[in-house]
Design a protein around this ligand. Structure first.
Ligand SMILES: Cc1ncc(COP(=O)(O)O)c(C=O)c1O
Ligand SMILES: N[C@@H](CCCC[NH3+])C(=O)O
Length: 416
């Protein structure tokens, strides 16, 4: 069920009219649906109900405290890639023992903090990182739980910028080298081997690449067992795609049953790190048309959201649906490029969209709940947008619109 639907000719987020949200909080403004976040999380949790599992929501997709709090209340785990994300999860009520720490560049102070709070596991991406973690854990007199992030060299069939499981990508440890690194890890006094991990990419719309990676990981787990290295959990990362433009990605239930069928009798906890499939379609970005203009027959709608608010179209040429909050019937649709106020030609939200528009109209960019606000910036010294959580008929401002005073507060002039 979609929680962003039209009622009486107007877009609603759950029980609240989108125009009411814009009137209260201005635009651009991110709007999230609590019910949708919950439904998406539960789709994973219920699909794995009969198997030991941990759903570690990938915080990078949307790290708003309100969003994290909704998931923490459901008992979610979290996949983090920095200590900033760890502090957010803790502030939102997340349980440290359900946190997985991924990322190729973990620093010693980040390892220390994660060990201090007692996270579930570090996903180690290189031998050098393994050595550093051994050293940090030894200094603290503790044992650090680890998985190796294995690079299984499978093609995820996704955008090259978000494919991570090919040998030419910077991520993980070559699956052919992994057995040797595991044997080395087993000799380190302050390292405790717990799992095997991979993450082959994002916005995958087919099951086969996941299953190819899984087969390689299971073969590795079996090989390690023969070497006396017992693996307790298998982490398949995130990556399930969503429908931006009619894609039909596998659903969590299909994905889970295909994976479980392959595990056979192996006694393994299954960990997943979904980000986009939980958050993307739980959010919209509200924006208002400032001006309409025409240049040599090309029609532009200049809106108040820009690439600093939503960079996916500029960065990946990503397509996200753009709809009118109150669709008009008083004009002929025209093909518009929807562009922001930033001084870059790449500053567009959507191109060649058939819409009936007038200045002042409100628009909603769909599927904006993941990699929207988290990738936003202050480019052109624009304040970052407000974020609002809708819960039934309730509205919660989960992040205030930034102010100019906040933007400049950390900077200073040179001394006289
Ligand atoms: C290590 C890791 N885990 C999980 C994710 C989440 O991926 P997605 O949002 O595609 O589910 C990512 C991002 O691609 C990632 O790099
Ligand atoms: N930021 C990307 C996905 C990268 C996933 C992170 N590993 C997107 O918007 O599609």
């Amino acid at each position: 069920m979609d929680h962003f639907t039209y009622r009486d000719g107007e877009l609603f987020a759950e029980q609240v009219a989108a125009s009411e949200i814009a009137a209260q909080f201005d635009t651009p403004c991110y709007v999230y649906s609590r019910a949708t976040l919950e439904r998406h999380y539960k789709a994973y949790d219920e699909a794995l109900a009969n198997h030991p599992h941990l759903i570690c929501y990938a915080v990078k997709a949307n790290s708003n405290l309100g969003v994290l709090n909704v998931l923490a209340r459901l008992g979610a785990g979290f996949d983090i890639v920095s200590i900033g994300e760890l502090e957010r999860v803790l502030a939102a009520g997340g349980e440290p023992s359900r946190i997985i720490f991924s990322g190729v560049g973990k620093q010693a102070h980040e390892m220390r903090r994660a060990l201090e709070v007692g996270i579930h596991c570090f996903n180690i991406e290189s031998e050098a990182e393994l050595e550093r973690l051994q050293q940090v854990a030894a200094e603290m007199g503790v044992r650090a739980p680890i998985s190796l992030r294995v690079n299984p060299d499978v093609d995820a069939h996704t955008h090259p910028y978000i494919s991570t499981g090919l040998k030419e990508n910077k991520f993980g440890i070559d699956f052919k080298v992994a057995p040797r690194v595991y044997r080395h890890a087993a000799t380190l006094a302050n390292i405790e081997i717990c799992g095997v991990d991979c993450h082959i990419g994002s916005q995958l719309t087919e099951l086969d690449p996941f299953l190819d990676a899984l087969d390689r990981l299971l073969a590795l787990i079996d090989e390690l067992k023969q070497d006396g290295i017992q693996i307790k959990h298998l982490d398949l990362g995130g990556g399930l795609g969503v429908s931006y433009q009619g894609e039909q990605p596998p659903q969590p239930a299909d994905y889970a049953s295909a994976v479980l069928a392959r595990l056979g009798q192996r006694d393994l906890q299954l960990i997943l790190e979904p980000g986009r499939s939980i958050a993307a379609n739980a959010g919209i970005l509200l924006t208002r048309v400032e001006y309409l203009k025409e240049n040599s027959g090309k029609h532009f709608a200049i809106v108040d959201a820009a690439m600093n608010d939503l960079i996916r179209p500029a960065l990946y040429r990503a397509w996200q649906e753009i709809i009118a909050v109150k669709p008009r019937s008083d004009g002929e649709p025209r093909s518009y490029d929807l562009v922001g106020p930033i001084c870059e030609t790449g500053d567009f939200i959507g191109k060649e969209r058939e819409l009936v528009l007038s200045p002042g109209d409100l628009l909603a960019v769909r599927s904006a709940g993941a990699y929207g606000f988290t990738m936003s910036s202050n480019y052109n010294s624009r304040n970052r947008a407000a974020e609002v959580m809708v819960d039934g008929d309730q509205l919660h401002l989960v992040r205030h619109r930034e102010t100019f005073a906040q933007q400049i507060a950390n900077e200073s002039l040179l001394p006289d």
